[in-house]
Design a protein around this ligand. Sequence first.
Ligand SMILES: [Fe+2]
Length: 250
Amino acid sequence: MTSTRRHLLLTGAAFPVYALVAELALAQTLPRSVPARRWLAAQSQLARGLAQGTLSQTSWHRGVNELSSQVDLESLAHEMRRARIRNAGTPFGHDPQKRFVTVLDDDERPVRLGYGLALFDFGPDSVITPHAHRYMASAHMVIDGRVRVRTFDRIRDEENAVVVRPTQDVLAETGHAAAMTTPKDNVHWFAPRSPQAMTIDVIIDGLEPGRERYLIEPIDPLRGTPLPDGSLRAPLISFERSMALYSAKD
Ligand SMILES: [Fe+2]
């Protein structure tokens, strides 16, 4: 890495997000060389751009996945060990245990990131059942174990149903990130494929002023109706029905 590039990676928030993303894309020669703190700060820049409308959801989506392919996972684990972690209540059904993360600076003071950071702790029976979102964006990255990640584009809304198109079905290992935005991969579904697994989630909500901060809409793609163009009409279902229909085995 040249000194100029190193300088760009390590300096503050003054340069535009597109330059940051381009810079990180160039860092491919040193895989996973971005320290966790740089990753967290870069996420702040992306989140700010998204919230202020200076960065499109598609660009944010690409930027977040790019960043996640470059973060030094050992450094991230270290940062999580020294962070303040608190349970986000008792999980609903067989949801994984969600934990809020507050990152601390060198003086052990909370860092204002400008986005939400959470850990999802999967046991063997935990599952995040398939659901669509409104007014928010997020990205889950696997940091422990293996998780089957399925994503779908939201094509259109119908009465009591969402028409979706499958976009991804992968066995995700540590370091794999799956971003979710309105135009891309708006539906996701996470089922562990190891006795334990964990994801770290970057969350930005409140993207549509005057609306709820976010809306989660469970859907049932397994019992959806295939359509001639390869999409799928998936019924909208309740959270209770979602938990009854979907398990970690699906
Ligand atoms: Fe979600």
